[in-house]
Design a protein around this ligand. Structure first.
Ligand code: SF4
Length: 383
C-alpha cells in the first residue's frame, strides 16, 4: 500500500477536529506512556498541550540525548540554480517572478566550494529549482562527480525523480534526499501549485516511496508552515514518517518544519505559527519518534535556534546563502530571506557553549561502515 492510499483513509477535517478537541487529560496520558502511537501525537500537537510545554521540553530533551547524545550535525546548502518551471505562489523562484535566472557553471561551483570548505563543512545539500532542461539528471550527475572529492556526504533538494534516476545518483554517492510535500491538504495544494510539474500532488507524495525503493540512506520530509493549519499538516507528516519507517526500515528519516519567510512576490501566508507553537511541535515530534532527525534551518532567528538546541533538534544549517553564487559573489535573487545570519564558526561556538558538540558529518554513515567492517574484518577505521 502506498502512502497515497494511506492518507485517502483519513479525512482532513475529521483529523483537525480531533486535534482541536483534545483535553489536558489526553495530553497527560500521552506524556505518561512509554510507547506512543499516532493518537498520542494528536494530543501532543493539540492546543490543550500548550499548557504542558515545560514537561514536554524536558522529555523531548531526554529522549533526544538518549538516541543522539549531545550532538548537532551541521550542513550547508549550495544553491545551484534558481531556474524553475513551477508556479508555487509562496516561492521567490516561481516562474512568474521576473528575476534573473542562473544555473551555476562548474567554474562557479568550484568557487562556491572553495569558500564552503573554508568553513569546515563535510556535508553539502545541493539545491535547485525545477527546470530539468538546465538542471536535470545530466547536470546533477556532473555536479556530484565534480564535488565528490570535497565532501563526505552529499544530499539533494531538487525536483522529484524516478526510482531509476535515484538509483543512478546513489551509485555515484548520493546519501540523502529532502523532498517536502508542502501541505498534505490536496485542495490547498492545488491552490498553491497551479502550474508546472509540481501541480501533480500524487507524484510528489509518492517520491519518498520511490526513494525507499531505490535504497537511499536518508529521506527528509516536512511541510511548509503557513500554507495550512500546522497541527493537521504535522499529523500527516508524522504519519508519513511512521509509514516510511515501517516499509523502508533500512532508511533513516529527517523532519524539517520551515516557516514561511518573506520572499520576492506578494504572497501572504494565510496561517501562522508562534515561536511557542514551534517549540510544541518540535517536542511533539521527538516525544512521538525518538529516532527521527529533526532539522532547523536559518529561516529561524538566532534566539530561537539557540534555545532549540536543547529541545530535540539534531541538525542545523549555518552560514547559508539561498541564492546561486551567494557564497562567492551575490549574483542572483535569494529563495527566501535568511533570519540567522551568523557565520558557521559562531554557530559552532554557540553549540559548544550549551555543552553540545557540533558534528560536521553524518555519524550514521560511520556506524553503517562500522557494522559492515565488523562483519568483514572486525576492525573499524574512521575515514
Ligand atoms: S518551491 Fe521549488 S518548485 Fe516551487 S517555485 Fe520554488 S523552486 Fe520552483
Amino acid at each position: 500500500m502506498s502512502f497515497n492510499q494511506v492518507i485517502n483513509k483519513y479525512n482532513w477535517n475529521d483529523i483537525k477536529s480531533k486535534i482541536y478537541s483534545r483535553t489536558a487529560n489526553d495530553v497527560e496520558q500521552a506524556l505518561s506512556k512509554q510507547y506512543r502511537d499516532i493518537n498520542d501525537f494528536i494530543s501532543l500537537i493539540s492546543p490543550a498541550a500548550s499548557a504542558f510545554l515545560e514537561p514536554m521540553a524536558q522529555l523531548s530533551s531526554k529522549l533526544t540525548q538518549k538516541h543522539f547524545g549531545k550532538t548537532i550535525q551541521l550542513f550547508i546548502p549550495l544553491y545551484l540554480s534558481n531556474d524553475c518551471n513551477n508556479y508555487c505562489i509562496y516561492c521567490g523562484f516561481n516562474k512568474s517572478n521576473a528575476i534573473e535566472r542562473i544555473t551555476l557553471s562548474k567554474k562557479q561551483i568550484l568557487k562556491e566550494i572553495e569558500i564552503i570548505k573554508q568553513y569546515g563543512y563535510k556535508h553539502i545539500l545541493l539545491v535547485t529549482g525545477d527546470n530539468p532542461s538546465v538542471a536535470g539528471m545530466d547536470y546533477l550527475k556532473e555536479v556530484m562527480i565534480l564535488i565528490r572529492p570535497y565532501f563526505s556526504l552529499i544530499s539533494i533538494e531538487v525536483q522529484p525523480l524516478d526510482t531509476d534516476e535515484y538509483k543512478e545518483l546513489i551509485n555515484i554517492g548520493l546519501h540523502s534526499v529532502y523532498i517536502y510535500q508542502e501541505t498534505y491538504n490536496k485542495e490547498s495544494y492545488r491552490k498553491y501549485h497551479q502550474g508546472g510539474s509540481k501541480a501533480d500532488f500524487d507524484y510528489r507524495l509518492e517520491t519518498p516511496d520511490r526513494l525507499g525503493t531505490a535504497g537511499i540512506h536518508r529521506i527528509g520530509i516536512g511541510n511548509l508552515i503557513g500554507l495550512e493549519d500546522w497541527r493537521t499538516d504535522a499529523f500527516f507528516t508524522a504519519l508519513h514518517v511512521k509509514y516510511l519507517e515501517k516499509k523502508y526500515w533500512k532508511t533513516k528519516y529527517s523532519i524539517s518544519f520551515p516557516r514561511l519567510r518573506p520572499h520576492e512576490g506578494v504572497f501572504v501566508p494565510p496561517y501562522s505559527m508562534t515561536d511557542k507553537e514551534l517549540v510544541q511541535l518540535i517536542c511533539a515530534y521527538r516525544i512521538f519518534n525518538g529516532e527521527v532527525e529533526l532539522s532547523l534551518s536559518v529561516r529561524e532567528s538566532s534566539k530561537f535556534r539557540d534555545n532549540a538546541i536543547k529541545l530535540g533538534i539534531t541538525s542545523m544549517s549555518a552560514g547559508s546563502r539561498t541564492e546561486p553564487g551567494g557564497y562567492s559573489e551575490r549574483i542572483a535573487l535569494r529563495q527566501f530571506e535568511v533570519h540567522d545570519h551568523r557565520k558557521p564558526a559562531e554557530i559552532v561556538e554557540m553549540i559548544k557553549s550549551q555543552g553540545y558538540e557540533a558534528i560536521w558529518k553524518d555519524w550514521d554513515k560511520n556506524f553503517f561502515k562500522l557494522s559492515k567492517a565488523n562483519t568483514q574484518t572486525k576492525v573499524w577505521q574512521r575515514d
